[in-house]
Design a binder for this molecule. Structure first.
Ligand code: FAD
Length: 381
């Protein structure tokens, strides 16, 4: 018996969304993992296919071309993606992060220009905060945007950018006033067909091998001042407002990943035999899986509580940090324990558990490291 499917109250009434997401993930994502790993990115057409079936911009209002749903619709897609074993498609960044920066802070004109393209897959979004010299300390970014009439001229470099290889629009964190610390940070939408923009390498990673994580370079890139999100100097506050959703999304994928790993391990250990009996029947296996299942159920309960708070607009920075810290630390432990029960096969990349083991490691690092989560949580104690 696999883990009983979670009956989360927030997902009630959304069975059709789950069915749509599950079918898409099983058909369009799961079978392509090896090819995407080898080429270090998904095909560009995947985005259009997802747009065609209505899985992009799920929680963006219909007036901007989106699905008109809520974070619950998004979370269902991310759960189904994680359960399908896909870690290549950067939809969490596109749907759950970049589209929401645009919705919250772009001018009406830019929302109407960009969001329908996000919904159709005509435009792929990326968020560029991290630089070669700084990640956790975002006040320290050096990429500079200088106002020149009706334009900003941008110079600098970003690294580790998800969707960087295929992105058509980067929401970019820049310094508009290098002497003003956090108040000198602004966000600006940079279309990647602007002269002076250049993609660097798609980076080789320990996991998420099919994801086009890239370096981006900006040499005298001139973008209209109208591409500024909100007001100059508001970027740091905007990031602080949006990061709880980003961290909650990471927690959603972590918990779904935990549940998937446990299901796979129960099935494998009941099938594989040693010393004349199923591996599952050894006390060590049963105890390991009992602990893992308990971890997953506890993580699910806290995650559900956080999702419900977020749907009510009540998830604070501390709560999101706790959700990210707890679920990402636990998924690494659970997946490692599960892999052990596969023996040598657990180390073979053709086994989903092996890919999961390399994929989940990043969860403790991106979207703010576990150490930064502890900093945030401890500030409010
Ligand atoms: C696969 C992948 C995808 C990514 N996608 C994106 C993306 O789409 N967009 C984007 O902008 N970035 C992205 N990132 C970057 C990611 O968010 C950063 O790597 C992360 O925030 C950490 O920053 P850093 O790498 O500069 O590490 P550093 O900040 O240099 O940290 C190094 C170590 O020091 C610790 N540390 C730092 N400050 C403190 C402190 N105050 N107290 C205690 N310990 C501290 C950290 O916890 C860490 O252990 C991605 C990274 C990866 C690997």
């Amino acid at each position: 018996m696999p883990l009983p499917p979670a009956k989360s109250a927030w997902a009630e009434g959304l069975d059709d969304v789950r069915e749509l997401a599950r079918t898409f993930c099983q058909k369009e994502l799961a079978p392509n993992q090896e090819r995407w790993s080898a080429q270090k990115q998904v095909e560009r057409e995947l985005w259009n296919k997802a747009g065609d079936v209505g899985l992009l911009a799920l929680s963006i209002p219909e007036e901007y071309g989106g699905g008109g749903g809520t974070f619950a619709h998004e979370a269902i897609l991310y759960e189904e993606q994680a359960r399908s074993g896909d870690s290549a498609w950067g939809v969490t960044v596109h749907n759950g992060i970049v589209a929401h920066y645009i919705l919250a802070y772009a001018s009406e004109e830019k929302k109407r220009e960009w969001l329908p393209k996000f919904a159709s897959g005509e435009m792929v979004g990326a968020i560029g905060m991290t630089e070669p010299g700084t990640g956790s300390d975002l006040q320290g970014i050096k990429t500079r945007a200088v106002r020149d009439g009706d334009y900003y001229v941008i110079n600098g470099a970003k690294t580790f950018i998800t969707n960087g290889g295929l992105a058509d629009l980067v929401v970019l964190a820049v310094k508009t006033d290098p002497d003003a610390g956090a108040q000198g940070v602004s966000l600006i939408g940079v279309p990647t067909d602007t002269p002076g923009f250049r993609r660097g390498r798609v980076l080789d990673k320990v996991g998420l091998k099919g994801q086009d994580t890239a370096e981006l370079f900006f040499d005298d890139v001139r973008v209209p001042a109208a591409n500024l999100l909100g007001e100059e100097g508001q970027g740091f506050i905007q990031m602080m407002q949006q990061l709880p959703q980003e961290r909650l999304i990471i927690a959603v994928t972590a918990v779904a990943g935990m549940e998937a790993a446990i299901d796979q391990t129960i099935a494998y250990t009941k099938d594989r035999t040693a010393f004349g009996r199923p591996i599952f029947n050894f006390q060590n296996t049963k105890f390991t899986l009992a602990e893992a299942a308990t971890e997953a159920v506890v993580a699910r309960a806290f995650l559900d509580q956080c999702i419900e708070r977020h749907l009510r607009g009540e998830l604070d920075v501390q709560g999101a940090a706790m959700a990210k810290l707890w679920t990402t630390e636990r998924v690494n432990k659970v997946v490692d324990d599960c892999l052990q029960l596969f023996g040598g096969y657990g180390y073979m990349t053709e086994y989903p558990i092996a890919r999961a083991w390399t994929d989940v490691r990043i969860n403790r690092i991106f979207g703010g490291t576990s150490e930064i989560m502890k900093e945030i949580i401890s500030r409010t104690l």
